[in-house]
Design a protein around this ligand. Structure first.
Ligand SMILES: [Cu+2]
Length: 137
C-alpha cells in the first residue's frame, strides 16, 4: 500500500512538472457575449509537452486557436495541438495563439476565476486558474 501510494504521488508530481501555466487570464466579454479568449504563458519542464485539448466547467467547449491574416483579413483557426520543447516557453497572447472558450455558463466579470484543464497527449491533465480581466495585465 505504501509503495502504491508513493507511485501515485510521484506520478502526479511528474505530470505537474511537465507543464507550468503562468499569468493565465480570460478577457471579459461585452454583455450578451458568452465566448471568451484566454491567454497564458506555458512552460515545459524537463520533458516536451504536447497539449491536445482544453476544457473547463464554466464553458460548453474550448479550442486552441491561432490568428492568421489572409488577404488583409484577420482570421482564427483551430489548432489540433500545441507542442512545447523541453524547457521552452510558449505564449498564448492577444493577436496570436489563444484559447477560445465557448458559451460561458455564467457571466464572467473582472476578478472572477475559472478553472481550465489542459489535456496532454498522454491523457494526463494540468489544471490552471484563469483570472478574468478587462485588459491585458
Ligand atoms: Cu479564437
Amino acid at each position: 500500500m505504501v509503495v502504491l501510494l508513493t507511485g501515485l504521488l510521484f506520478g502526479a508530481v511528474a505530470w505537474a512538472q511537465d507543464l507550468r501555466v503562468r499569468d493565465a487570464w480570460i478577457r471579459e466579454a461585452p454583455p450578451g457575449v458568452r465566448t471568451h479568449a484566454g491567454y497564458a504563458t506555458l512552460e515545459a519542464g524537463g520533458a516536451a509537452v504536447r497539449v491536445v485539448g482544453v476544457r473547463g466547467p464554466d464553458f460548453s467547449s474550448a479550442e486552441i486557436h491561432e490568428m492568421t491574416t489572409q488577404d488583409g483579413v484577420m482570421r482564427m483557426r483551430a489548432l489540433p495541438r500545441i507542442e512545447i520543447a523541453a524547457g521552452a516557453r510558449h505564449n498564448l497572447a492577444p493577436g496570436g495563439e489563444h484559447l477560445m472558450l465557448f458559451n460561458a455558463r455564467r457571466r464572467l466579470r473582472e476578478g472572477d476565476q475559472c478553472g481550465i484543464e489542459f489535456v496532454l497527449d498522454d491523457g494526463s491533465t494540468v489544471s490552471a486558474v484563469f483570472v478574468v480581466r478587462r485588459a491585458a495585465p
